[in-house]
Design a binder for this molecule. Structure first.
Ligand SMILES: NC(=O)C1=CN([C@@H]2O[C@H](COP(=O)(O)OP(=O)(O)OC[C@H]3O[C@@H](n4cnc5c(N)ncnc54)[C@H](OP(=O)(O)O)[C@@H]3O)[C@@H](O)[C@H]2O)C=CC1
Ligand SMILES: O=C(O)[C@@H]1CCC=N1
Length: 274
């Protein structure tokens, strides 16, 4: 991160905030350039231990030095958390990582239209996240560059042009790590059922996921072609994929993601009323 790095305030210092703070500090940002509001003493103690940051228990005038305010509280507590912050941060750019809450509600609660919404995912904790970003029309090019500098420290990112597409990003990559863990659970369970130890089965499953993902990322071929290369005629993979198709797994998976997208939209409707 460049020398012109501004001061960043986080409202909420939990998992997502820590993932971003960790990335910023790895890129050379100083703890003095970061202010965190975190009322929960145990979480505040962890921020001090991990990053040398003394969190504020409540919003106060210290927030006025922030050029960028990052909202990382649960959507349910946003309006309650926003009221004491707003008087100090109207001149700042605001970036929300909160699932569901739409920019119109955020702009209302923070008292400015300079708002960017994003949907990260938990691999951000190890610098391997992917984040979808959406900017309100009042956000400048310089604002976007600042947001990109911050988010890049946690992994990849992409901009979407319609806010509703963030619901699709939420269903795909926001919730996505949970789908991968679900498959890891199933593969490990099956491996144990075939006589492997839990440790062996888990190691095989995790390495297969990361290896296949690296292969897909490095290849110009479609996943369908990559899958066909594994599938020998009349062999074991053919038996497995035929069983998955017979059970309608692909269709169920599409349906599951549609349920996540619907839920993201519902959350937006719910929190938009606040
Ligand atoms: N987990 C995920 O995979 C993803 C999460 N998100 C979004 O990120 C946001 C944060 O999630 P996550 O980090 O998992 O949640 P956490 O519960 O870990 O973090 C939220 C933190 O905010 C604190 N907090 C509560 N009220 C206030 C307040 N009034 N002022 C300041 N801080 C407050 C909480 O303290 P206390 O414990 O006392 O309540 C908690 O430490 C959510 O909005 C979620 O939708 C987005 C993408 C992915
Ligand atoms: O489950 C959720 O609602 C949040 C959003 C994406 C990941 N976790």
């Amino acid at each position: 991160m460049s020398h012109s790095t501004p001061h960043i305030a986080f409202i909420g210092g939990g998992n997502m905030a820590s993932a971003i703070i960790g990335g910023l500090i790895r890129q050379g940002m100083k703890p003095e350039q970061i202010t965190v509001v975190e009322p929960f003493a145990e979480t505040a103690a962890k921020l001090l231990k991990d990053f040398g940051i003394s969190a504020l228990p409540a919003a106060g005038p210290a927030l006025a030095q922030a050029n960028l305010v990052i909202w990382a509280v649960k959507p349910q507590v946003f309006s309650e958390a926003a009221a004491p912050v707003m008087p100090h941060t109207r001149g700042a750019l605001h970036l929300s990582v909160m699932a569901g809450i739409r920019t119109d509600s955020i702009c209302r609660s923070v008292g400015t239209d300079r708002v960017v919404r994003c949907m990260p995912n938990t691999p951000a904790l190890v610098g391997q996240g992917i984040t979808g970003l959406f900017a309100c029309p009042s956000v400048t090019t310089a604002d976007k560059v600042l947001v990109e500098q911050v988010i890049r420290t946690t992994g990849q990112y992409l901009w979407v042009q319609q806010e509703s597409h963030l619901d699709a990003v939420t269903a795909l990559s926001g919730s996505g790590p949970a789908y991968v863990f679900y498959f890891l659970e199933a593969m490990t369970q099956a491996g144990v059922g075939m006589g492997l130890s839990a440790e062996q089965a888990y190691q095989l499953a995790v390495a297969t996921f990361s290896g296949a993902s690296s292969l897909a990322a490095a290849s110009t071929e479609s996943p369908e072609v990559l899958r066909q290369r594994v599938t020998s005629k009349g062999g074991t993979t053919y038996a497995a994929i035929t069983s998955l198709d017979d059970s309608g797994v692909k269709a169920s998976f599409v349906k599951a993601m549609q349920a996540a997208e619907v839920r993201a939209r519902e959350l937006g409707d719910e929190f938009g009323k606040a």
